[in-house]
Design a protein around this ligand. Structure first.
Ligand SMILES: C[S@@+](CC[C@H](N)C(=O)[O-])C[C@H]1O[C@@H](n2cnc3c(N)ncnc32)[C@H](O)[C@@H]1O
Length: 388
């Protein structure tokens, strides 16, 4: 547990944008164990790693001097940026660490004149990341290192673009005691000297034990990601906070208006469809009525035909009979005529006698015989109904 102490668990109080975020816990630990009298950082940008060192110095009550060297203009790897970056770093430095921090706004080469030889216990190399850059930055600053110094190299695990720290780190590992973290783009810890505090010595020793090395890497990986996750959450909360509420209100109003337009269109469409449906229903009703009338007429005609058939059959039969017995039929017809005539003679005949003549006449009435009375009457009625 030498590789972990209560400073490893500290929360950085300055967390700007940085690719170094997950190394905050190790920065606290190494300062707490090494107790450096002078810390120099080559490449500070927004100042995350630099202020982590400063915070550790303050929390431990050390008398360390912390130097940040940077042109604060940027480079091909970090990108070039504006004056506001330096102003923000300067303000935080003056406000929080006036006794601890010094900003050297110059090139790494120029800054060498500001730092005494053999005075730097902790050096952090994080400038441009070409192989030649890192090699030059380290080698030109070796004279500035104290007898037993620790040098940190960022981006030892980046193999994309023209980054070359990994390559130079492979050479350094051969010559110096070291430990390499794999998370957060890689952070190499190099011991330049012979005599280190026990915890730092153990860290270098752990590099040779895969199991120990893995445990240390995993621990600082988890601790480090707690910081980067927190920054992500804070950045998200800030974005939401800064979002102009007006935009939401306008979007909401537009959305509401759109919904209302859709509702109006829907109501219009529904009314149109309902009217069309009603028209279709009425037309159907009319057609049904017409079909029913036509059917009723068909049925009536059919009935008429059915009723007339026996009468027609009887007439045909009588015609056949009349042809066969002309005299008998004539006699019957004459009887009918005579009886009807007699039935109409009241007086001189009594009403009773006239009624008897009428009954006898009706028995001989050829129309009654064929049932033509009813058929004729019905035909007349139907005819008049049809023409109505
Ligand atoms: C990767 S950034 C540093 C990131 C920083 N350590 C952090 O915690 O986020 C590299 C910085 O080094 C600076 N830089 C690169 N080469 C330099 C040089 N030769 N002299 C001075 N500054 C340099 C750039 O201006 C840039 O701000």
């Amino acid at each position: 547990m030498q590789y972990l102490n209560r400073f490893s668990l500290m929360k950085p109080d300055y967390v700007p944008e940085s690719a170094w975020l997950t190394h905050g816990p190790f920065a606290f630990w190494i300062v707490s164990e090494l107790k450096p009298r002078r810390i120099v950082e080559l490449g500070s940008h927004h100042g995350y790693s630099f202020f982590a060192f400063c915070q550790a110095v303050r929390e431990m009550g050390l008398k360390s001097e912390c130097y940040a060297v940077d042109t604060w203009q940027g480079d091909e790897h970090a990108g070039f940026y504006g004056e506001d970056v330096y102003q923000a770093v300067k303000q935080h430095s003056q406000q929080e660490y006036p006794e601890i921090a010094t900003l050297l706004r110059k090139t790494f080469a120029e800054a060498r004149a500001d730092i005494e030889d053999g005075s730097v216990d902790l050096l952090h190399v994080d400038g441009r990341h070409l192989y030649e850059d890192v090699k030059e930055d380290f080698e030109t600053w070796i004279p500035k290192l104290a007898e037993n110094a620790v040098v940190l190299f960022h981006d030892t695990e980046v193999r994309e673009r023209d980054f070359g720290v990994w390559k130079y780190w492979a050479e350094l590992e051969e010559k110096y005691p070291s430990f390499n973290f794999h998370h957060g783009h890689g952070l190499g810890v190099l011991g330049v000297g012979q005599d280190f505090p026990p915890a730092v010595r153990d860290l270098f020793a752990a590099a040779k034990s895969p199991e120990d090395a893995e445990l240390i890497r995993a621990t600082y990986n988890i601790l480090g990601h707690a910081i980067s996750d927190q920054r992500e959450h804070m950045a998200l909360a800030e974005r939401v906070r800064k979002s102009p509420r007006g935009n939401y209100a306008r979007e909401y109003a537009e959305f509401t208006a759109h919904i209302q337009r859709l509702q109006a269109e829907f109501a219009q469409e529904r009314a149109k469809l309902t009217a069309e449906l009603e028209q279709a229903r009425q037309e159907l009703e009319r057609q049904r009525g017409r079909a029913q009338s036509a059917l009723a007429e068909e049925i009536a005609d059919h009935q008429l035909l059915k009723n007339a058939t026996p009468a027609v059959d009887a007439v045909v039969a009588d015609l056949i009979d009349a042809r066969s017995h002309p005299f008998r039929n004539m006699q019957r017809w004459l009887s009918f005529k005579v009886l009807r005539f007699l039935a109409s003679k009241n007086p001189p005949f009594s009403a009773r006698a006239a009624a008897r003549f009428a009954r006898s006449a009706s028995k001989r009435d050829p129309r009654q015989t064929y049932g033509l009375d009813a058929t004729i009457a019905e035909t007349e009625n139907t005819g008049s109904r049809k023409t109505r």
